[in-house]
Design a protein around this ligand. Structure first.
Ligand code: GLA
Length: 727
């Protein structure tokens, strides 16, 4: 079946079909790009052009290209021009050599082709020629002769489009980019809700849903990293939409630096959605002939609620974004020594931990912070990636061999982008830190950020880190980043390019990721940023999993993992069994494990100091994980209830062929009046019969009436895990 984007040549109407969704826009008679439709699949093409509503202004502007009235707010835009009467945030703003900012490009040409090209220097989704089709539309601003290439890739089996913008200066004079969004799309619904995910260290991706009100709402990071405070993702949905019903539109930026998501609703019920680089943290000099490529944005649609939208994004990120070699490869059950030992470890302690871990079914040991330079606390040595042989009682290669001799794989922690105030590297290269002359450098955790806009800095880090990876033959690397950017500036760039530093930093970061993943393709990289501070699709393109939060308290994780699950698959969420994090709040180890099962499973505690009755369960937990991790990694994830609204928090993982289902339920607070409830299990095969090991259940009954659950005993934070097997 051909899936070429449909083009109506006469009126230049474009329609892209992706999965069960369609997306359409058109070239207006005056050559601008107008949005037409995003929703369930439709067959229409030319008829879509009648959808734009009417102009409430008394004098209708004609469609005559010569008629240049500035009443343009009622139109829906696909490329929103700057300063011609559109007012809601523009797609791109170019400052000309004369210092003016009107940006109003007109249509030049289009082309379509099978497959999807890579984006130079940036992570992006991928697809085979038979899986996706690309449409490119070229516009040019007549005054500056800056060209804008809008690129759309539609995927055959998923309702997802990947988009980006490439900007080229074809004029004779340099210009400056002031704004360059990856995605603009307009809606004309009256009542939409906006869903977004903000947070803090230990409290990542809090779910918020609120009605869109008039005016501009900006979800943003100006921190140089996507950061804890806001995730680069957003959902607009019908006010009546639920997990299982209603229209939902999701957008996700494939980027790890400062970003802005602008949602602007006008009294005309036009809603602009822009996603891209944060205009406040971005300027780019484009000399004649130069091009600039924006990051990619992904947009997904569901006509069947937020759950279906999430599952589309999960499938998309697993099949078209994370490194191919980790798509189906089982992730090792790991033990990380950080919470068990912090900086106070020795070879003897690590080998002992490895032995106990192996005996209980763990597969990989990760040595966290403190193995390099003179680092015995967080005050020094970042940048000095030289193993501390005294502390390790030998070389790193010898330690790795000793861990492998116990039957475990071996991994190490790095913080590649950072430099401690107290480090040999900073003493030698103080100019390598991000800084602004004349202003003092602010530190966090006694460290600065390396100036990754300078290729020689990235080269240095690549070389030094590669030596350690090679020596230890690492199976795994934890890539941390524990601070955000301040006093942004580079000593290596001229004044007119200082506005480029934050984005050039991210390009340097991606360059390092790319070089390391190419050189060591067998090494699994887990992202981390003071917990889950840079959990974004840009990093997932290199690291298939990310440490979701430093907060491993099971109750807090119910919220953090719930919020994370709206866009990101469970296979991307690092989740470990830890000791009870807060002395005031106790969760039994069964519940801590049940919550960690919903991610890439592991342990973050000292097994040798675990209470014996808890240690006795570790082996069974690891076995259970092996039995059903494929559901978590490749299956469909259903949020059954919300921790924000329910005392019974439940979710399920269902095999794609619906043959096996893992139902997990956490009963948060003990409630003397709780008499149990039936949890409906959507998604099962209604024709099939399922067994829970004791009873058999018609699939249709489980879908419509539910599965009966109740607390196993009295207490807080109790849990159940039920496997339902199709008979
Ligand atoms: C960060 C990470 C932790 C741990 C420490 C080590 O806080 O999120 O998991 O690696 O750094 O310093």
């Amino acid at each position: 079946m051909a899936m070429t984007p449909l083009v109506q040549e006469k009126n230049l109407v474009f329609r892209l079909d992706a999965g069960n969704a369609s997306y359409a826009f058109q070239v207006t008679p005056d050559g601008r790009l107008q949005h037409l439709y995003w929703g369930p699949k439709v067959e229409a093409l030319e008829e879509l052009t009648r959808l734009n509503g009417k102009n409430p202004y008394p004098t209708e502007p004609s469609l005559d290209p010569q008629d240049n009235q500035c009443w343009r707010e009622h139109q829906l835009w696909e490329f929103a021009p700057e300063d011609i009467g559109v007012y809601a945030p523009a797609t791109a703003t170019v400052r000309s050599a004369q210092g003016t900012q009107v940006t109003d490009p007109r249509y030049v040409s289009y082309r379509t082709f099978p497959g999807k090209p890579a984006l130079p220097g940036l992570p992006a989704s991928y697809g085979q020629e038979e899986e996706c089709q690309t449409l490119e539309v070229l516009l040019e601003d007549p005054a500056t002769r800056v060209q804008f290439l809008l690129r759309y890739t539609a995927f055959r089996n998923l309702p997802v489009l990947a988009r980006s913008l490439a900007i080229t200066n074809r004029g004779d004079a340099p210009v400056e980019l002031r704004r360059a969004a990856s995605l603009t799309t307009d809606f004309c619904h009256e009542s939409l809700d906006v869903v977004y995910f903000d947070g803090f260290w230990g409290k990542e991706r809090c779910f918020h849903r609120e009605p869109l009100q008039g005016g501009l709402k900006v979800l943003e990071s100006t921190r140089g990293l996507s950061g804890h405070a806001m995730n680069p993702s957003v959902i607009l949905c019908e006010r009546t939409a639920t997990e299982e019903a209603g229209r939902a539109y999701g957008a996700l930026l494939v980027y790890s630096g400062s970003f802005a998501i602008e949602v602007d609703q006008s009294p005309l019920y036009r809603t602009r959605l822009n996603l891209g680089l944060h205009p406040q943290c971005f300027q780019w000099l484009l000399n004649p002939g130069d091009s600039f490529q924006t990051p990619e944005a992904l947009q997904g649609f569901s006509a069947a609620g937020l759950g279906t939208l999430s599952r589309a994004f999960h499938d998309f990120l697993r099949n078209h974004l994370i490194p191919r070699q980790w798509r189906d490869a089982p992730r090792p059950i790991l033990i990380n020594n950080w919470e068990a030992m912090h900086f106070d470890f020795s070879k003897e302690k690590l080998v002992k931990l490895a032995r106990t871990a192996k005996a209980n079914g763990v597969e990989l040991l990760v040595l966290d912070d403190g193995w390099f330079g003179k680092r015995n606390n967080d005050r020094n040595a970042l940048g000095d990636w030289i193993p501390n042989q005294e502390k390790l009682d030998g070389t790193m290669g010898e330690l790795a061999d000793a861990i492998r001799a116990e039957g475990l794989k071996f991994g190490l922690w790095f913080e590649p982008e950072m430099i401690s105030r107290d480090s040999d590297l900073f003493r030698k290269h103080p100019d390598w830190a991000i800084q602004t002359p004349g202003h003092s450098l602010s530190y966090h955790r006694f460290q600065y950020m390396l100036d990754f806009s300078r290729p020689e800095v990235v080269d240095y880090v690549f070389d030094t880190i590669s030596q350690v990876i090679q020596e230890a033959k690492l199976d795994y690397m934890k890539w941390d980043a524990n601070r955000e950017m301040t006093e942004v500036g580079s000593l290596a760039l001229p004044p007119e390019q200082q506005g480029e530093v934050a984005h050039r930093y991210v390009l340097g970061l991606y360059d390092l990721y790319q070089r390391l993943t190419r050189r060591f393709p067998q090494m699994l990289i887990e992202g981390c940023s003071a917990g889950g501070g840079r959990f974004d699709a840009g990093i997932l393109a290199f690291s298939p999993q990310f440490w979701t939060s430093d907060n491993s308290d099971a109750f807090s994780r119910l919220f953090i993992q719930y919020g994370t699950s709206f866009f990101y698959p469970c296979s991307a969420m690092g989740a470990h069994v830890a000791v009870n994090w807060f002395p005031q709040r106790y969760s039994p180890v069964e519940t801590r494990a049940a919550v960690a099962f919903a991610g890439t499973f592991g342990y973050e505690l000292d097994l040798d100091r675990m209470p014996p009755e808890e240690l006795a369960q570790v082996k069974a937990q690891c076995q259970f994980y092996h039995q059903c991790h494929h559901l978590v990694q490749n299956g469909d994830y259903y949020r059954l209830t919300s921790p924000y609204e329910n005392n019974t928090v439940a979710w399920m993982h269902l095999a794609k062929d619906k043959s096996l289902c893992l139902l997990t339920v956490v009963f948060v607070r003990y409630d003397a009046a709780y008499a149990g409830e039936n949890l409906r299990l959507p998604g099962l095969d209604p024709q099939a019969t399922y067994s829970d090991g004791t009873h058999t259940w018609p699939g249709n009954l489980l879908i419509q009436a539910g599965y009966p659950v109740t607390t196993p005993k009295n207490g807080d934070m109790l849990s159940l895990q039920i496997l339902l097997q199709k008979e």
